[in-house]
Design a protein around this ligand. Structure first.
Ligand code: HEM
Length: 453
């Protein structure tokens, strides 16, 4: 509606949408500590097991405990270093999976691969491996791809996220709750949570028993760290809620970003060439790109950053809730307002960005500084900032950049012969690509570099 801040009243709730970086900063930095709670919603309550998590928990001692524990114990730099070997296994596996899917006839790739599925499976494989110590719940698939269990698990995460982001009438008109499940959301999200937990929770219960009975004595993954925390002991229910939280927090952002980045790069081969030149210069063609190369891959990181700016996964940030009356940018903000920041309002804001709709990675490059994917001035939202800013920034940045770097270095990406460009239409419900990206992936490095088993 061409305004920087807008208030709509829905039922008894003031919903305030912000699309100006300076106003958004006042809310997100939250120097007075009154803009950082979360709303009570049916989907949030069910997903978090009654707000036992971090992402959806309202401002409280519980949230403070969880947030501190995540930053210091689970997502710290030292744990990140500790988990490097597991991440490497997933960088290898995704190459193997793509190569095994690419079919050739007389040296020409004939069968397109689904980039969305590849990126989603990479993300869920990675998080399962880091947290639960396993890529597969069942036997997986011989070609490095998902088995039916992993497909069902990823689908359930997707559904939960869709309904967490959806508008649910009874959240704003509670009197409609007399008619249970007024709009049908509850049944769908309950079912999706049941499916996700059917795979995760038994592993958690079994591991707790292993520690209890001395079968396990050494930490191998983040679940072990959760179980053996010394300063902030967690109950089994809290661990389960946290693990679902982390699965969801990392699922859609990484895969959505890389799918859009590849789509934009296919449409502008000059960008693809520049990214390849950088990889060939920094890494060469006789080894695979590693995490240690990332500080030198400014152009690749700028492509990721650009995709975050233009193609956030959802139109608005997870809502914040105000806990006191206040004034922001001269406007009275009543207590209990829901504040939502428009990711497009920031990232495509013509007052901040020249030609805001152009995918031009060079504008994020500054020869003096390393490119980072976050922006604490909120010219793009990517990881947010302030009290509720993303604690998984290091892992999220590493996974996203490594995935894009491996896909670009490992394969040439072309459209099937009957297509001339990628249709960049967005979905009407969220900002994912309306149609999954299918492209022909042809290995471009010596064969011995591709993992075979
Ligand atoms: C590219 C990947 C990622 C992006 C773009 C991203 C972005 C975000 C954003 C925008 C928020 C909300 C900020 C706010 O409400 O103001 C958030 C919160 C959060 N993220 Fe991430 N995230 C990513 C990956 C991860 C990963 C890998 C983890 C952990 C495994 C993680 C854990 C969390 C948690 C726990 C919160 C909730 C913080 C709180 O409410 O106190 N994120 N993230």
């Amino acid at each position: 509606m061409n305004t920087n801040i807008l208030c709509i009243r829905i039922g008894n709730t003031h919903v305030i949408a912000v699309s100006d970086p300076n106003i958004a900063l006042e809310f997100m930095k939250d120097t007075n500590g009154i803009f950082s709670s979360r709303p009570d919603s049916m989907s949030g309550y069910l997903t978090s097991g009654g707000y036992m998590d971090t992402v959806l928990a309202p401002m409280s001692d519980h949230w403070k405990k969880m947030r501190k524990m995540l930053s210091r114990e689970i997502l710290s730099r030292s744990k990140h270093t500790w988990l490097c070997k597991k991440r490497n296994e997933e960088y290898e596996n995704i190459l193997r999976y793509i190569k095994n899917q690419s079919k050739f006839s007389h040296g020409v790739t004939t069968s397109p691969v689904n980039v969305r599925i590849i990126a989603q499976q990479f993300t869920t494989n990675m998080v399962r491996k880091l947290i639960l110590g396993t890529r597969y719940f069942g036997n997986g698939s011989d070609n490095g791809g998902p088995g039916e269990e992993e497909i069902e698990h990823a689908d359930s995460l997707w559904t939960i996220l869709a309904y967490l982001n959806a508008f649910c009438v009874t959240d704003y008109f509670p009197w409609l709750r007399w008619k249970t499940d007024f709009d049908g959301h509850q049944k769908i999200i309950r079912n999706a949570i049941r499916v996700a937990r059917k795979y995760q929770d038994p592993i958690i219960d079994e591991r707790i028993q292993q520690w209890k009975h001395g079968v396990k004595t050494e930490q191998d993954d983040l679940l072990d760290v959760f179980i053996t925390l010394e300063n902030s002991r967690l109950t089994a229910d809290e661990i389960k809620a946290q693990i679902l939280d982390l699965m969801l927090a990392s699922f859609d952002n990484v895969s959505n970003n890389v799918e859009w980045a590849i789509a934009e790069m296919i449409n502008d081969p000059r960008i693809f060439d520049k990214a390849l030149q950088e990889l060939d210069f920094v890494v060469g063609k006789d080894r695979l790109v590693q995490e240690s190369d990332l500080p030198n891959l400014s152009y690749i990181k700028s492509c990721v950053k650009k995709a975050f700016r233009l193609h956030p996964v959802a139109p608005f940030n997870v809502p914040h809730v105000t806990t006191a009356d206040s004034t922001v940018a001269g406007y009275f903000i009543p207590k209990a307002s829901h504040v939502i920041v428009s990711c497009l309002g920031l990232g495509r804001n013509p007052e901040v960005w020249n030609n805001p709709l152009t995918f031009d990675p060079t504008r994020h490059m500054n020869s003096d500084k390393e490119v980072v994917l976050t922006d604490h001035n909120l010219h793009l939202f990517s990881f947010g900032t302030g009290r509720r800013g993303c604690p998984g920034m290091l892992l999220g940045s590493t996974m996203t950049t490594m995935l894009l770097a491996r896909l670009v270095q490992g394969f040439t990406w072309e459209l099937p012969t009957n297509e001339s460009h990628v249709d960049l239409k967005e979905n009407i419900n969220d900002l994912t690509k309306a149609e999954p990206l299918f492209a022909l992936a042809k290995p471009r490095l010596p064969h011995n570099l591709y993992p075979t088993s």
